[in-house]
Design a binder for this molecule. Structure first.
Ligand code: ZN
Length: 74
């Protein structure tokens, strides 16, 4: 994990500059192949709302600690 400061990655939520603590991995099945994974950074506050926004569109979503990677999002 990064130790804060200039190396930290900001949350992907619009208008949020908090440091990301989580990673939201997702895929749009209509345009992405099964082995494609998109990743958003998310702070504590926005982790659930970002994941829910994606799920509401029918996209598969996996939430992990920031810095972890996933092979695929089923
Ligand atoms: Zn945020």
């Amino acid at each position: 994990m990064l130790d804060g400061g200039q190396g930290a990655t900001p949350c992907s939520a619009s208008g949020c500059s908090a440091d990301a603590a989580h990673a939201v991995h997702w895929r749009n099945p209509r345009i992405h192949s099964a082995d494609r994974v998109k990743t958003w950074a998310a702070c504590d506050e926005h982790r659930d709302s970002l994941a829910e926004w994606l799920r509401s569109r029918g996209f598969p979503v996996i939430v992990t600690a920031f810095g972890e990677t996933v092979e695929r999002v089923a």
